[in-house]
Design a protein. Structure first.
Length: 191
């Protein structure tokens, strides 16, 4: 498994993705993702073949690593990047649910999947360039209860980070909450 070890580095490529765009306290990715590689196959099996135990496995692996890091010891809530309700209904599950749930267990945090919602059903962004992804994702997320997270540390989780546009849009929606701290953890980062 091509581990990144970014969880031990305050300055890392995941955090650099957000510089000048949105404030993220800490950011990490578990694995390096390369086209036609093992991680791509794992994520594909998780996302499109119903192999949710992959999310559980990766969540346990990352949870073991993050619980040893001070930067992640104050996480109050784990929030997944949401799917639009139509896509969720079609797929039957959010591919980051079991990953986030395992992280919540290891970090003694609460997993909350119903506060951040996706308001627009957008086709996959996998083949879009950075600017197109950002424009598409910019107003796609809303928070339904901003008071719940006031003064709390949130860990936003997703399967893969490429340009960071989706996570940025989620973070911007969450930042409408007073005194919120946002960190990011993904299963993988595209190389």
């Amino acid at each position: 498994m091509p581990l990144t070890d970014f969880h031990t580095q305050k300055e890392n490529p995941v955090l650099h993705t957000f510089y000048g765009r949105v404030h993220i306290a800490n950011a990490t990715a578990l694995l390096h993702y390369k086209k036609h590689g093992t991680v791509q196959q794992l994520i594909h099996q998780l996302k499109y073949r119903g192999q949710q135990e992959i999310g559980t496995f990766l969540g346990n692996m990352m949870g073991e690593l993050l619980k040893k890091e001070i930067a992640y010891s104050t996480i109050d809530y784990i929030i997944p990047v949401p799917l639009h309700k139509k896509r969720l209904r079609k797929r039957g599950y959010n591919q980051v649910t079991t990953f986030g749930q395992q992280l919540a267990t290891h970090l003694h945090a609460e997993y909350v999947a119903d506060i951040l919602i996706k308001t627009q059903n957008i086709k996959t962004q996998a083949f879009k360039k950075r600017a197109a992804r950002w424009l598409t994702a910019q107003h796609s997320f809303e928070i339904t209860d901003s008071k719940r997270f006031a003064g709390k540390h949130i860990l936003l989780v997703d399967d893969i980070i490429t340009t960071g546009a989706t996570l940025e849009a989620c973070a911007l929606a969450l930042q409408k909450t007073p005194n919120i701290t946002i960190s990011v953890a993904t299963m993988s980062i595209a190389s």
